[in-house]
Structure formats: C-alpha cells, structure tokens
Ligand binder design. Structure first.
Ligand code: ATP
Ligand code: HMH
Ligand code: MG
Length: 546
C-alpha cells in the first residue's frame, strides 16, 4: 500500500527571543547573574552622582482641563528640566468655564502616596498646590518632618480664578500655624493674601507690600504676593519680600484669555529652579519670566469655550527659534555707552570684529551692536557667535543691526532696526518678549510707533553730521530734545558723537536720554579700548554736572 506522506511542516519563521534581542541592544545586561540588592543600590548611587536630575514633588489637585493643578506642575517642571513626581490630593472636574466638581482624596491615601515617593526617590523640593482639607495639610507636615527636603514652596491655593472654592476656610489655621513656618516661600495671589489675613482689602502695590510683611511674620523665609489679578494694572507686578527688603517684580501684562494655571506654573517653576540650585530671588525671577514668555507664545491659542483657557508650557518645543536660556532683562542704563561696530573701519585698522568688541568692553562699553552692513553672512554669523560669548561673559548685552536671522542664529540679546528694516512688532513676534529691540527714530510719531510695537528703546539721530550714514538728515539738539520729550521709551543719542561733543549731549539733561551711541569715535581709531575709556569718563563727568 502506498503510504501517503504528510506534507512537510512549514519552517517556523526565525524570531530571536526578546531576551536575545535585549542582549543584542544592551550587551551589559547579563541574564545569568542578577546583582545583589546592595550592589544594585551602590550602582544606582553611583549613577545618581553622575547624572543628578533635579526633582520636584508636587502635592496638589488634578485639573481635568489640564491647565492648572498637577498637570500644569508637571509640564512646568518638564519645560525647565526638572523631574516632577506627584501626590494627588483631590480630583477636580474642571474646564475653561470653571470648576464643576471636587473629589478629595482620603487623608490616609495622601499619606500613602507621600510615603511612596519620599521614602524611595530623592526629592529636592516639595511644591504644594490645592490642599483641600486641614487633615491633608497635617498629613503633609508630618511627612515633611519625617522626610525633610531642601526646600518647600507653598502656593496657598484657595479659590480658582473662576471664583470656585478649592480649599475652605477650615484649612486657613492649619496653613498659618503648621505649614507656613516650614515653608521657604509662600506665593499667594491678592485674593488669597487677603483671605489669609482676615479679608483685608488689597488694592494697591503698597497694600501688597503690607500683606507680604504680615504673611512673612507667619514664618516662611520669603513671601511673593502675586499681582496677576490686580485690577487696572498695565504691568503684571508681584511683590517679593525677604524679611528686610521689598522687590517689585514687573513683567509685561500679556493680553490673552489664556491665563488659567499661571499661579501653579509660577510656583512649580520656582521649585524647579530651586531644585537646580538657584537662589530664591533668581528662582522667582526666572519663574516669572517663564510665565510671561509662555503666556506670550500662547496668547492666540484657543481651547474650550469658557473665559479662561490654558497656555502652552512647552512652547519652546514648537519654536526652536526661541531659546530659553538667553533671556536678558533689559536695563535702560545699559544704553550709557553704546558701541556700534563698523566692518569698514575694522578692516581699515586691521582688526577682527571680535577684537573690536573685546576692546570696547575692556574700555567700558555698556552695550554693543554689530552693524556689519557688507559682511558675508556665514563669516558674520561665526564672528557674532564669538561676540555673544565675549559679551555674555562680561554681562554686556549684544545686539545685531537689522539681521534678525543672524540674531536668532547666534542667540544674541536683541536687534536694532531702522525705519526701513522689518517693523519692530514683527521683530517682536519672531524674537519673543525676552529679547531687546531698539528702533531708530527721528520724530515723535516714530517714537510713539516704536513704543506701540513693543520696542525697548529708541536711537535718536543724527544729532551731529556723520560720515557713517549717507543721506542722514541732522536733527541737532532741538530735534533730539523734541523726540526725548515725546518718547515713552528710553533714548540713546546717535550720529557724529565723539569725545569733543558727547559731554554737551549728556549735559542737556533731557528726559529719557540714557546715553550715547558711537561708531567712528571708537572704531575709527587706533586704540579702541583707550578711546572707549576716555569717552566713558567724559560721559560720567557730564552726568555728574547735569
Ligand atoms: N496677563 C498676564 N501677563 C503676564 N503675567 C501674568 C499675567 N497674569 C498673571 N501673570 C503673572 O503670573 C504669575 C501668577 O500670578 P496670578 O496672580 O495670576 O496667580 P494665581 O491667581 O494664583 O493664578 P491661577 O490663575 O493659577 O489661580 C504672576 O507672576 C503674575 O504676575
Ligand atoms: C486643581 C487645581 N489646582 C489649582 C488651581 C488654581 O489655579 C486650579 N484651578 N485647580
Ligand atoms: Mg490669576
């Protein structure tokens, strides 16, 4: 009988096992010997020393709309390079309209979450947000006594901006008596500050100062009273108090509906900066700048139909052009001795742009502008990058004339534009709020426009006839006076200014006039440092006379 042979079994496809694949990708992993717990923790300790990761633990409520609360905290820390673990104290049903419901997590379970994180992970800074009951505040205080951390940031969240209660009056006493004395900083908004102090009225900056002082007496090392919700103020002003001195932190008030979660974000950013090692004042300043920038970059986003939308904490991922590390706070006094380079003059004297900048700074220039009208882009960019390093190490801002692309590529501190260059508001769109923008103006109308466009200062001239700029009408002292009186921005005088006439310009004592900008008087000379030094002393003498 002919036997019927079964067909051969199909070949199993060759698939390496997962273990084999893992061995392939990470040859250091040995499947045979698992390290002892002690060896493992030694290895982890070594790794932790090699790669510290600043760690913030947020103890706060969840916001289902993800604009505030835990969600804001995690995004803010991520944006600033800190790890953020989270202990959830309450779950809220919340959106851009308001808070529809609150469900507090049982105290014991808040305690369990705290134990899980604090007993295992090396937390640097604890930040608190919504703490819905006195019991939860007490549990937190106990955990912090058991597991101390480097710093405690307390954002005493009580009412959402929509007016909904997030933590009732029963927590007030526990906050004041138990948590504040353990806090490094407490950050109430004006409504919270008022509640903490028995419903005092807070209408003015001076009221905010008194409130900061009274809250300081409750035990924290620093207090920040936030003025985001202050009525009728064109700036966003917060008051910082360290027990001795008050500092008013002023920022641009960004016109946007997307301000939900500013408070949570600010406190988390302070915590992240502290975890990275910043001093308290620096942490607060950096946090405020971050909130301002995030609001600015999110001002036109739309999510939800309610009156208060969320903003984008991770805006810098979308805009690679905008680099966070370089925020330069503009100080109008920097305009005092403004050195403007000129490629033709540098060539004539056989020096590089970099050497010219170094010499000007050595002589005491307070701000530098690279005005390289006919340089090749690539060569200019390379020089500009070196100049940024030179200037940054001396604390002198560096601006680029006209070339927004070069300014972005070299991460300069700002740009100076003329009337026929890109309009200042477009420059602001591209550079963001952290960069310095100057505009050349000859008339009060141009000065007004520069202010409306969001410029930081104006350059006014030519005050005297100049060879640096062709067809440039001379304004004289009268023209300068007219513009200075009309300007809402600080002014730097420019055009034909040199050692002989600089004193007479400053002696005019004009309002808003902060200094002089010079080209030839510094760079069309053999020794730039010497010329800068002598011009500086002329200016200082003139200012002491006027
Ligand atoms: N429109 C704005 N433009 C710029 N900065 C703002 C604006 N609104 C608030 N800020 C800043 O945001 C930070 C948080 O302040 P705010 O007073 O809004 O806190 P909050 O009311 O606790 O916030 P939340 O909306 O989360 O409850 C402060 O530094 C404040 O100056
Ligand atoms: C959960 C939560 N925490 C804090 C705030 C304050 O903005 C909020 N609205 N929601
Ligand atoms: Mg607010």
């Amino acid at each position: 009988m002919a036997s019927v042979q079964p067909p051969p079994a199909p070949l199993a496809p060759h698939r390496p096992s997962i273990a084999a694949a893992l061995r392939f990708y990470s040859p250091a992993v040995s499947p045979r010997v698992s390290p002892s717990p002690a060896a493992r923790s030694r290895r982890l300790a070594v790794a932790a020393r090699a790669m510290p990761w600043p760690h913030v633990l947020t103890v706060a409520g969840s916001d289902s709309g993800a604009g505030a609360g835990i969600q804001a905290d995690i995004k803010a820390c991520a944006a600033l390079g800190a790890y953020c673990s989270s202990v959830i104290t309450a779950v809220t049903a919340q959106n851009t309209v308001g808070v529809q419901g609150v469900h507090a997590v049982p105290e014991e379970f808040v305690g369990e979450q705290l134990r899980s994180v604090l007993s295992d992970m090396s937390v640097d800074v604890v930040k608190t947000g919504m703490l819905p009951s006195a019991g939860i505040v007490k549990v937190l205080c106990e955990s912090l006594r058991k597991f101390p951390v480097k710093a405690l940031v307390v954002d005493p969240v009580m009412v959402s901006t929509s007016g909904d209660t997030l933590s009732g009056p029963s927590t007030l006493t526990t906050y004041r008596d138990e948590l504040f004395p353990m806090a490094d900083i407490v950050t109430p908004n004006v409504k919270e500050a008022s509640k903490l102090l028995g419903d005092v009225s807070l209408q003015t900056i001076s009221d905010m100062r008194s409130a900061a002082e009274s809250i300081y007496k409750l035990g924290p090392k620093y207090v920040l009273v936030k003025g985001g919700d202050m009525p009728d103020s064109t700036d966003a002003i917060d008051v910082f108090f360290d027990g001795k001195e008050f500092i008013e932190l002023r920022g641009l008030r960004i016109k946007t509906r997307n301000t939900h979660g500013t408070g949570c974000t600010l406190a988390s950013c302070i915590a992240a900066e502290l975890a990275k090692g910043a001093s308290m004042l620096h942490a607060v300043e950096a946090a405020k700048k971050f909130v301002e920038s995030a609001l600015y970059h999110s001002k036109d986003l739309v999510i939800g139909n309610g009156p208060q939308g969320p903003f984008d904490h991770l805006f810098s991922l979308k805009s690679p052009l905008y680099k966070m590390g370089s925020l330069h706070k503009f100080n109008p006094d920097d305009l005092f001795l403004y050195a403007v380079t000129d490629s033709g003059m540098n060539k004539k004297w056989g020096r590089s742009i970099e050497d010219a900048v170094k010499a000007a700074i050595e002589g005491g220039a307070t701000i530098v502008q690279l005005r390289e009208k006919d340089a090749e882009t690539r060569e200019f960019l390379e020089a500009a990058k070196t100049c940024v390093e030179i200037c940054r190490s001396s604390g002198v801002p560096l601006l680029i004339n006209d070339r927004i692309d070069v300014a972005l590529a070299c991460n300069a501190d700002g740009v100076h534009v003329g009337q026929s260059d890109m309009p200042a508001w477009e420059v602001r769109e591209l550079l963001g709020p952290g960069k310095i923008i100057g505009v050349s103006c000859k008339t009060p109308a141009q000065a007004e426009q520069a202010w409306k466009d969001g410029a930081d200062y104006i350059g006014c001239g030519g005050v005297f006839p100049t060879t640096t700029k062709a067809n440039n009408p001379t304004l004289g002292f009268e023209g300068l006076r007219t513009v200075c009186f009309a300007s809402k921005l600080p002014v730097v005088a420019i055009g034909g200014i040199n050692a002989r006439n600089a004193g007479s310009v400053m002696e005019l004592g004009l309002p808003n006039l902060k200094g002089v900008a010079v080209v030839s008087a510094l760079f069309d000379r053999e020794c730039v440092a010497t010329e800068t030094r002598s011009l500086r002393s002329i200016l200082m003498n003139a200012c002491s006379r006027s």
